[in-house]
Design a protein around this ligand. Structure first.
Ligand code: XMP
Length: 477
């Protein structure tokens, strides 16, 4: 039997070549996630319950990438997470926070702390605007028991717009009257929305954010292949999710192929990413079933034990090369999922043919991932766990069945571990570091964009000593 060779990121380096790139800033790192979806950076945060919920997805899209909301929660909650992302950058807030006229100043202060919002619209029981209360109005009020109506700016003194107010009109009103908030009301004062100076500023000063055609941040959401997955998909589509990720551990399966067909039949216009696979055949089967992008990776993830437990898997660089070769003829992008330990691994994954990388552990330690940090021996950490770990399995089964007996727990064979990763601060810093490394790496390969990287890059295989020389920097001292 002939045995193919499987290589991973640490087995290779990229050959430095003469480069036309004069500065990192001129390197274009934009890419395609799936048919019809462009990103400004090739980074996707993983659909794992210790990595991506709405806070991470908002941050990732603002940085030019995208986050995939995990599916280990009820359909309603996942839909709410998607909606939060889609609302984050719109300049009209359709359902602003409101309070009733009998709210006390002490409660207003508490609400400001809880929501992080600096002003509230005061409305009557028919949702008609009565006034606005802002941080300034409550700052020096001594009597906590005072009613909000005594300190708010009443509607007669407010500048307001209507539901028909355009962006240009809003900018003029906010500017001329030095306003922070412009409520949108009908002629009978019924509240229809709110435009804030901060949101308008974001629209007017375009950032690197990844957005849809309406200027809202992009977001993806994961679904499974069993149970209520079609209902979940339908509700996520209704909430304007930009891309669905049909994600199971062994994606090259009849169940996944059948599920792809059904999702694409019901929602032909919503881009669908499917995975995970690690072979040419797996890639082609998912594409033939209708996948608009294929996610590649069996066992490379930091919290994965699939290869240890099952003996199955393909070292990630080879997996990406095989799958990208199969997909490129069909014009379908590949997502290299798992095993990114250094910025240089991203350059290698893209050079091997991937269009984007999906990252779990490197993003799990940031402020934007779900959960709190813990301190151990004076060092901060955040929890990170594989989605096939014991804890994640228990969460999923509880969600599906409501309760779980000891016998069912004993039958679980985990293919992932639960652990901690170092706390890394804001995700923006981590992503900037990764993208900075990628830009430099592309420059070493003589590539001004990802297409050129894929075409020009040459790998060199290295020995164990070469790997030690390359990566074991701290051990050498
Ligand atoms: P990194 O290396 O970035 O990898 O942490 C993230 C990816 O790991 C996969 N994943 C798992 N694989 N058992 C596995 O075999 C698991 O429990 C598990 N949980 C996550 C997943 O593809 C993710 O995007």
């Amino acid at each position: 039997m002939e045995l193919p060779l499987g290589l991973t990121y640490d087995d290779v380096l990229l050959l430095p070549v003469k480069t036309p790139v004069r500065s990192r800033a001129e390197v274009d790192v934009s890419t395609v996630l799936a048919k019809g979806i462009r990103l400004n950076i090739p980074i996707v945060s993983a659909n794992m319950d210790s990595v991506t919920e709405s806070t991470m997805a908002i941050a990732m899209a603002r940085l030019g990438g995208i986050g995939i909301i995990h599916r280990f929660m009820s359909i309603d909650r996942q839909v709410a997470e998607v909606k939060r992302v889609k609302r984050a950058e719109a300049y009209v807030i359709e359902k602003p926070y409101t309070i009733s006229p009998d709210t006390r100043v002490s409660e207003v202060r508490q609400l400001m702390r809880d929501t992080g919002v600096s002003g509230f619209l005061v409305v009557d029981s028919d949702n008609r605007l009565l006034g606005i209360v802002s941080r300034r109005d409550v700052r020096f009020v001594n009597h906590d028991e005072k009613m909000v109506t005594e300190v708010m700016t009443p509607r007669e003194k407010l500048i307001v717009g209507s539901p028909k107010t355009t962006l240009e009109e809003a900018m003029r009103l906010l500017g001329e009257h030095k306003l922070e908030k412009l409520p949108l009301v009908e002629s009978d004062w019924s509240l229809k929305g709110l435009i804030t100076a901060k949101d308008v500023e974001r629209v007017v000063n375009p950032s690197n954010a990844a957005k849809d055609s309406k200027g809202r941040l992009l977001v993806g959401a994961a679904i499974g292949v069993r149970g209520d997955y079609l209902e979940r998909a339908a509700k996520l589509v209704e909430a304007d999710v930009d891309v669905l990720v049909l994600d199971i551990a062994h994606g090259h399966s009849e169940a996944a192929i059948e599920a792809i067909r059904r999702v694409k039949t019901d929602f032909p216009h919503v881009p669908l990413i499917a995975g995970n696979v690690a072979t040419r055949e797996g890639t082609l089967d998912l594409i033939q079933a209708g996948a608009d992008a294929v996610k590649v990776g069996i066992g490379p993830g930091a919290a994965c034990t699939t290869r240890i437990v099952t003996g199955a898997g393909v070292p990630q660089l080879t997996a990406v090369m095989w799958c990208a070769e199969a997909a490129s003829g069909m014009g379908i992008p590949i997502i290299a999922d798992g095993g990114i330990k250094h910025p240089g691994d991203i350059t290698k994954a893209l050079a091997a043919g991937a269009s984007t990388v999906m990252i779990g552990s490197l993003l799990a330690g940031t402020d934007e991932s779900p959960g709190y940090f813990v301190v151990r021996d004076g060092v901060k950490y955040k929890a990170y766990r594989g989605m096939a770990s014991l804890g994640a399995n228990i969460r999923r089964r509880l969600l599906e069945r409501g309760d779980l007996d000891a016998e069912s727990v004993a039958q679980i064979v985990p293919e992932g571990v639960e652990s901690y990763v170092p706390y890394r601060g804001k995700v923006e810093e981590v992503v900037n570091h990764l993208v900075g490394g990628l830009r430099s790496g592309m420059s070493y390969c003589g590539a001004r964009n990802i297409e050129e990287l894929r075409r020009n890059a040459r790998f060199i295989r290295i020995t164990e000593a070469g790997a030690a020389e390359s990566f074991d920097k701290l051990k050498q001292t």
